[in-house]
Design a protein around this ligand. Sequence first.
Ligand code: ATP
Ligand code: MG
Length: 368
Amino acid sequence: MHIYKVGGAVRDRLLGRPVSDIDWLVVGATVEEMHAKGYRPVGADFPVFLHPTTGEEYALARTERKSGRGYGGFTFHASPDVTLEEDLIRRDLTINAMAEDEAGVLYDPYHGKNDLDQRLLRHVSPAFAEDPLRVLRVARFAARYAPLGFRVAGETLELMRQISASGELQALTAERSWKEIERALMEAQPQVFFQVLQACGALPELLPELEDDTQALVALEQAALHEQPLHVRWACLLHGLAPASIKAVNQRLKAPRECQELALLTGECLAQGNQALALPAMALLELLQKFDVYRRPQRFEDFLVACQMTAFGEGKAGYPQADYLRGAAAAARAVDVKPLVQAGLTGQALGEALKAERLEALEVYQRS
Ligand code: ATP
Ligand code: MG
């Protein structure tokens, strides 16, 4: 049997980028031989194994044929007679379809090295169209490698257009789509992901809410430039949508709770954040209560940063509202509940007294 390094590890080494995980390909072996060598199978009917000591993934060479709509609609054929070329041709992009043997010799039947040099994301074969997830993968690689000058090859974009027009993207599960979106959001230029989806007609299929939203991508770009975490980037992307649309997107894509929460709160409260300096003390208090800033201070901070990123996206040089609101939050949080409890207040009466004291603290803060 022959073992090759494949996929991202080969591509990123040639690009001079750090290699995080290595995918291995095994040609000419049977499942029984893998067992005999101590490899552990990953799943019952999938020809992928974990190395006995390193834990890295070793996949048997296989061919694939589409057998139905959407995910799972694939039949695999893994056997010792499947060649390296046959395995590589089922892969998405030429730059992902290169292999390297143990001596470091490059196998590149689909000219991935040439496309790397030309900075082109190009599909390997027409079988590309068999898995609609590849539309998202290409957009994600475009976002990742945009700083290096990569773009999607014309004929690949055309194929992505056809996939989008076919309605096949609707067959993707929320889990598979979100995984790509999440990774794309964390890339250096995540806005490119959405630009590519727009260019191939996939955006109306996946995120129709964002179609005419010109502010979404500039806010996201700022969030990435400022190295913000996933949930802040997600909130920036959705900030211009009506709360009902934000809810719909969140639920359709099954975004994680932290992302859902911050996006919705940001959508609902951004206008108030922008007007913070003109808000009456009562409105300030209600904003702080809505965020439960007493128990969830970080969530309020994330909101302020998201607001700031949207302001940067609109070309503003600063966002004084953020520091002003930080000060207001600190003033309200400084109110001590203990004396009120010691005075014998409980339940609703305690809640009202606390609110009155916080309101007063905010009024003092505003005068200072
Ligand atoms: P990353 O740096 O994001 O891990 P990668 O290229 O290693 O990039 P993986 O998702 O780890 O991506 O997949 C490993 C390889 O498997 C890819 O390089 C590609 O050759 C192939 N591959 C993965 N998913 C698909 C897919 N949906 N369609 C076709 N080929 C795929
Ligand atoms: Mg990988």
